[in-house]
Write a protein that binds this ligand. Structure first.
Ligand code: PEP
Length: 250
């Protein structure tokens, strides 16, 4: 059986000013040897804070990620940020296809896939998000929707090292609602099947995160689900205590 090292990644979304640097410091301080022995910890702050967080804790075991990237390396794209720029600022990963980007910016699977390819070009791990809406789940379409998002959003030649998948049911994000562990197990099992059918051993090695209202109180139960290799955490990653509380559930 393939052993995958868990990843707990925090998505700060559009939250955080320079005053948040000490909170990151508290996450770094709490990432002690016992956590490092068990898992990878990552924080994805707004791009404006990447360089400051990288400078605040050089060589820290807590890695940094961006929240989105443009498909091009540079050029006339006012307001956009390339994967290369994120890497230059200290990121080793980037979230692509978050449901808020898919909804707010109309990002299609094809664009998400192009962004994941841009991440690979820049040497960043792509954390590719997928997940169904409430209507899709209620209509019994969740598995089909996610299978189709995976087919469209994950690039050819994806590897276990270069790609992480985050299953984030849209209705669970920031709502306090979570799927049952049976539903999470069913979805993660189906995702693993799709990925191994397409990528073989690399699909086996890919980490599958669950995201959506993960908190210290429910982390142990969720992280114990088969084929859940970690969590993508929004709200609870903004405070060191709750973020570390989730990581310590391992
Ligand atoms: C997210 O937006 O990636 C997320 C999982 O948010 P939350 O944990 O706040 O539900």
């Amino acid at each position: 059986m393939t052993k995958r090292r868990p990843l707990v990644a925090g998505n700060w979304k559009m939250n955080g000013l320079k005053a948040s640097v000490p909170e990151f410091g508290r996450i770094v301080d709490g990432c002690d040897a016992s956590l490092v022995a068990k898992l990878d910890l990552m924080v994805c702050p707004p791009a404006t804070l990447l360089a400051a967080l990288a400078a605040a804790a050089p060589g820290s075991p807590v890695s940094l990620g961006g929240q989105d990237c443009h498909t091009d390396a540079s050029g006339a794209h006012t307001g956009d940020i390339s994967a290369e720029m994120l890497a230059d600022a200290g990121a080793s990963a980037v979230i692509v296809g978050h449901s808020e980007r898919r909804a707010d910016h109309g990002e299609s699977d094809a664009e998400v896939r192009a962004k994941a390819e841009a991440a690979r070009r820049a040497g960043l791990v792509a954390i590719i998000c997928v997940g169904e809406s409430r209507e899709e789940r209620e209509a019994g379409k969740a598995l089909d929707i996610v299978r189709s998002q995976l087919a469209g959003s994950v690039p050819e030649g994806a590897t276990g090292e270069g790609v992480v998948i985050a299953y984030e049911p849209i209705w669970a994000i920031g709502t306090g609602l979570t799927p049952t562990t049976t539903d999470i197990a069913q979805m993660h099992g189906a995702m693993r099947e799709v990925l191994t059918a397409r990528f073989g051993k690399e699909g086996e090695r890919m980490r599958l995160l669950y995201g959506g209202s993960v908190k210290p109180e429910n982390a142990r139960e969720i992280l114990a689900v088969p084929d859940v290799d970690g969590a993508l955490v929004g709200g609870a990653s903004l405070k060191a205590e709750s973020f570390l509380g989730i990581a310590r559930a391992y």
